[in-house]
Write a protein that binds this ligand. Structure first.
Ligand code: CP
Length: 380
C-alpha cells in the first residue's frame, strides 16, 4: 500500500517513489494543503503523527471541519430556492466567523486570488460595506464598481455591463438593483456566481440569513418562536425574504401593517396578517420593524409620519403587547421617530440592531466562501 486516507480524506499518507518515509498531506477546509514528511517508515506510526499534527492545526485555526457539503448552489438569488437544511448549513458555516471577526487579526486567505465585484445600482451602507469587509477578510480582491462613473450612463444596458465584467473572469458578482428578478436574469447570462444583494421589492437573501443568525444566537429553537414583521410589507424585500427563511426554519410569523401595505400575495405565504400592532404583537418573541420604502412609493400618497408613528411606530408602550423580554430588530437604514422610537432603537437590552450588522459580515463571509467552493466543485 502506497497511500492511505484518514479523517474523511482530510489527511493523506503516501510514499514518494524513491523514499522509504511516509509523507503526509493535511488539508484543512480554510487553509492551503500542507505537505510534510512524517519522519516514519512505519504506517501505524505515520498515522499517529499525522493525526496529532492535524489536531494541532485544527485547534489553532479554531475552524471546525465541514462534515458534509449540504449547500451546493453556485448562486444565491432567491430564498425560495433554499431548503431548510441548506439554510441551517449556511448559518452553521456563518457561526464559525463570529468569533473569527472578534480577533485582533481578521484575515484568512482562503479566497486569495479570487475576484469579486460589488455592483450596487441602489444606495447601500450595510450590505455593500459588509460584503467588502467579508471578501477582504477572506483574502479575495474586491472591486467596487461606482455606478455613477460607469458606462451605464452612456447608454450601455445592464446586461452588457455584466457581460463586460464577466469577460474579466470574476468569481462572484454581488448585485443590488431596483428591478425585481434582475439577479436571476444576470445569473443566467454570466459564468460568474451571482449574489442578490437586493432586487427591488423582491428579495434580499443575505439580509434574511443574517437576521436568522442574529435570532439563532438568542434563541436556538426557531420552532418555539413567534416573530412579528411590521410596517411597509408591500415594498419590502427584507420582509419577503425573512418570511420565507424564518418560516422554513419553523418560526410562526405575524405580519402587521396598514391595509394598503399588505399585499394580496401574503395569502400564499405561511403568515398571520394583522392591521393592528396590539393584536399582531401578542406573544411575539421578536418584533422586526421595517423601513418605509419612500423610493418605491413614487406617485402614491405617503402617510403622515407622526400619524404613522402613533399607529405603527414601535416604542416601549407598544412593545409591551409582545412577550415580556421580546427583542427588537430593524434591517436599517432606520427612520428614527417614524418606524421606531430612537431610545428603543439604541437600548442594547432590547434592540438587536447593531448585532444584526455584525452578523451580516459573518453571513456574507460564509456565503462567499461556500459559493466559490461550490463553483470549484460543481460548476460545469
Ligand atoms: N439592510 C440593508 O440592506 O441596508 P443597506 O441598504 O444599507 O445595505
Amino acid at each position: 500500500m502506497n497511500s492511505k486516507l484518514l479523517k474523511s480524506g482530510h489527511i493523506k499518507l503516501y510514499k514518494r517513489e524513491n523514499s522509504k518515509y511516509w509523507q503526509m498531506k493535511v488539508k484543512m477546509p480554510k487553509l492551503k494543503a500542507i505537505r510534510s514528511s512524517t519522519g516514519s517508515k512505519i504506517l501505524k506510526d505515520a498515522e499517529k503523527i499525522a493525526l496529532k499534527y492535524y489536531s494541532s492545526i485544527s485547534s489553532k485555526t479554531n475552524i471546525k471541519l465541514r462534515t458534509k457539503n449540504i449547500f451546493k448552489k453556485i448562486h444565491l438569488v432567491e430564498t425560495a430556492d433554499l431548503t431548510k437544511k441548506e439554510i441551517e448549513h449556511i448559518l452553521d458555516e456563518s457561526k464559525k466567523y463570529i468569533a473569527f471577526n472578534k480577533r485582533k487579526i481578521k484575515k484568512i486567505n482562503v479566497l486569495e486570488g479570487r475576484t469579486i465585484f460589488n455592483l450596487f445600482f441602489e444606495d447601500s451602507t450595510r450590505t455593500r460595506t459588509s460584503f467588502e469587509v467579508a471578501a477582504k477578510r477572506l483574502g479575495a480582491d474586491l472591486i467596487n464598481v461606482v455606478v455613477k462613473d460607469s458606462s451605464i450612463n452612456k447608454g450601455e444596458t445592464l446586461l452588457d455591463t455584466m457581460t463586460t465584467i464577466n469577460s474579466m473572469n470574476p468569481d462572484v458578482l454581488i448585485v443590488r438593483h431596483p428591478e425585481e428578478g434582475i439577479s436571476k436574469k444576470i445569473s443566467e447570462t454570466v459564468d460568474a456566481s451571482v449574489i442578490n444583494a437586493g432586487d427591488g421589492s423582491h428579495e434580499h437573501p443575505t439580509q434574511a440569513l443574517l437576521d436568522a443568525l442574529t435570532i439563532k444566537n438568542k434563541f436556538q429553537n426557531f420552532a418555539k418562536l413567534k416573530i412579528a414583521i411590521c410596517g411597509d410589507i408591500l415594498h419590502s424585500r427584507v420582509a419577503r425574504s425573512n418570511i420565507i427563511i424564518l418560516s422554513k426554519l419553523g418560526a410562526k410569523i405575524n405580519v402587521i401593517g396598514p391595509k394598503e401595505w399588505l399585499p394580496k400575495s401574503l395569502n400564499k405565504l405561511p403568515v398571520n396578517v394583522y392591521t393592528e400592532m396590539k393584536k399582531g404583537l401578542q406573544n411575539c418573541d421578536i418584533v422586526m420593524m421595517l423601513r418605509i420604502q419612500k423610493e418605491r412609493i413614487v406617485g402614491k400618497i405617503m402617510p403622515n409620519q407622526k400619524t404613522y408613528f402613533k399607529k405603527y411606530g414601535l416604542d416601549y408602550n407598544k412593545l409591551k403587547y409582545a412577550k415580556k423580554n421580546a427583542f427588537v430588530m430593524h434591517p436599517g437604514p432606520m427612520n428614527r421617530g417614524v418606524e421606531i422610537d430612537s431610545k428603543l432603537a439604541d437600548d442594547v437590552t432590547r434592540s438587536l440592531i447593531q448585532e444584526q450588522v455584525a452578523m451580516g459580515v459573518a453571513v456574507r463571509m460564509a456565503c462567499l466562501d461556500l459559493i466559490i467552493k461550490n463553483r470549484d466543485d460543481f460548476s460545469k
